[in-house]
Design a protein around this ligand. Structure first.
Ligand SMILES: [Cu+2]
Length: 488
């Protein structure tokens, strides 16, 4: 729209028409009318904006009047987990990737407070695609660590917009997670639905390959070459799978606010087993219906809506499918409720198909295998092998693959006097977690370890591995010992 106006301005000037003619709308243009209307919307009261972390979104604006909306957003540079055992230093708007969701309505006057946490190392700023102004706010918001910048803007155009950091090197700031969404609802709000969620895709570039353990640095060359190691929803592999899946009940209308932070890749957003009843194409006014896959450009967004008809787990993917199954671009929507065999039958029959005249034989029903029994370690060696896998999958993210921990955050398990002093206490920590001050090898730690949901067998394996590695006291922990502590 900005472009349209500029073009028109030039045309008007060429024709020698004045600004009066321009504003009175000598050309019959809908969007022009809308623009003039929204800029005139009065604001009276002040209100602190509700900001939410993904996958949640703030309360809909509903029928509220336009207001002066105070947005308080803090930039935090912080270490997070890209996937099991892989750490990454994310730069964030509000502590999460994507950043806090901002919800406004047309006519709001946003007073934006951008704070750069004093512990951060770099200056940042923000470019909001919902802003009509130079740099989308970037020029007014450049802020050093330990400082706060304030600027304000009138929200003119309804739609779903990306915001991102635009500090040089811009690509690097975006690649480290500095993006999020700001929604501008029309007057009266979007039509109500049952569930709303916030999802944003991003591509990441690490020195190591996908899954290489430890703290991974950003790789500028791979980013320039657009060779992503990770393509994920909401900042990490599995951020929205398993227990973190989003949910709905059969019959509910679901609305997804989907963004793409890039920095490089375009998303072919698709939900396996669902059809989008409605898509607000590119986050704008145009609504397409009955869509299978919608394209979301880097630095763009879409609002997709669908009613969930049957129960099950629906997989959200970037349909550039290697990204989904090999780079992390996979999320889950779990739907509970009554089946409807008219819509989906489930498996009816498993027939053996023999072409060329062979008879079609029926396989007996109910041949599905039971879930596998837990494999039990039969020797110390096996316990060590299973234990190492368990350790890398569940403990190494914090205590590190070499057991040395991270100073001031995660105590070492290697040559740990605390660990070696008391086996039952170590078992108890793994079963129930630990918080409060402890001293390990002369250094104080005061943090939180969450309880690990492991079976007796798994706890025995992992602790046996820990006790028999890195100069520790070589004890074997058995499932019986774990059970005894569990029953205490
Ligand atoms: Cu930045």
């Amino acid at each position: 729209m900005k472009l349209v106006i500029k073009q028109k301005l030039i045309t008007n000037m060429l024709l020698g028409l004045g600004a009066v003619a321009f504003l009175s709308g000598c050309v019959n243009d809908q969007s022009e009318k809308k623009y003039n209307d929204t800029v005139e919307i009065p604001v009276n009261q002040e209100m602190i904006a509700e900001l939410t972390s993904p996958p949640n979104v703030p309360t809909p604006v509903g029928k509220r009047m336009a207001k002066k909306l105070i947005v308080d957003l803090e930039i935090q540079e912080r270490e997070g987990e890209m996937t099991n055992g892989v750490k990454y230093v994310y730069w964030t708007f509000g502590g999460t990737v994507p950043g806090s969701f901002i919800r406004t309505r047309v006519g709001d006057e946003v007073e934006f407070h951008l704070k750069n946490h004093p512990d951060n190392k770099l200056p940042h700023n923000i470019d909001l695609h919902a802003v009509n102004g130079p740099g989308g706010g970037a020029e007014s918001s450049f802020v050093a660590p330990g400082h706060e910048k304030v600027f304000s803007f009138k929200v003119l155009n309804p739609g779903l917009y990306v915001y991102h950091c635009a500090t040089a090197p811009v690509g690097m700031h975006i690649a480290n997670g500095m993006y999020g969404l700001i929604l501008v609802e029309p007057e009266g709000g979007l039509p109500p639905v049952d569930k709303e969620y916030y999802i944003m895709q991003g591509d990441f570039y690490t020195e190591g390959k996908y899954g290489d353990r430890g703290l991974q640095a950003f790789d500028m060359q791979k980013a320039i070459d657009e060779k992503a190691d990770y393509v994920v929803f909401n900042g990490s592999v599995g951020a929205m799978t398993g227990d973190n899946a989003i949910t709905a009940k059969v019959g509910e209308k679901v609305r997804l606010f989907v963004g793409n932070g890039g920095p490089n890749l375009v998303s072919s957003f698709h939900v396996i087993g669902e059809i989008f009843d409605k898509v607000h194409v590119e986050g704008g006014d145009m609504i397409n219906e009955n869509v299978q896959t919608t394209l979301i450009p880097a630095g763009g967004a879409a609002i997709v809506e669908f009613r969930v008809d049957v129960p099950g787990t629906f997989i959200l993917v970037d349909h550039s499918i290697f990204r989904a199954f090999n780079k992390g671009a996979l999320a889950m929507l779990k739907v509970e409720g009554e089946e409807d065999k008219r819509i989906y039958s489930g498996e009816i029959r498993d027939d053996i198909y023999l072409p060329e005249g062979g008879a079609i034989q029926s396989m007996p029903n109910g041949t599905r295998k039971e879930p596998k029994e837990e494999v039990k370690a039969l020797s110390l060696e096996e316990r060590m092998t299973f234990g190492k896998d368990q350790y890398l999958a569940t403990c190494a993210a914090c205590h590190q693959a070499d057991g040395k921990g991270i100073e001031n955050a995660f105590p070492p398990l290697a040559k740990s006097d605390y660990l070696n002093a008391d086996v039952d206490r170590a078992i108890d920590i793994v079963l129930h977690g630990k918080t409060g001050e402890i001293t390990v090898n002369g250094k104080k730690y005061n943090s939180v370890m969450t309880a690990q949901a492991l079976s007796d067998e798994e706890v025995a394996n992992v602790l046996t591995y820990v006790y028999n590695s890195w100069g520790n006291s070589k004890k074997e922990v058995t499932p019986a010992m774990v059970q005894a502590v569990r029953n205490k």
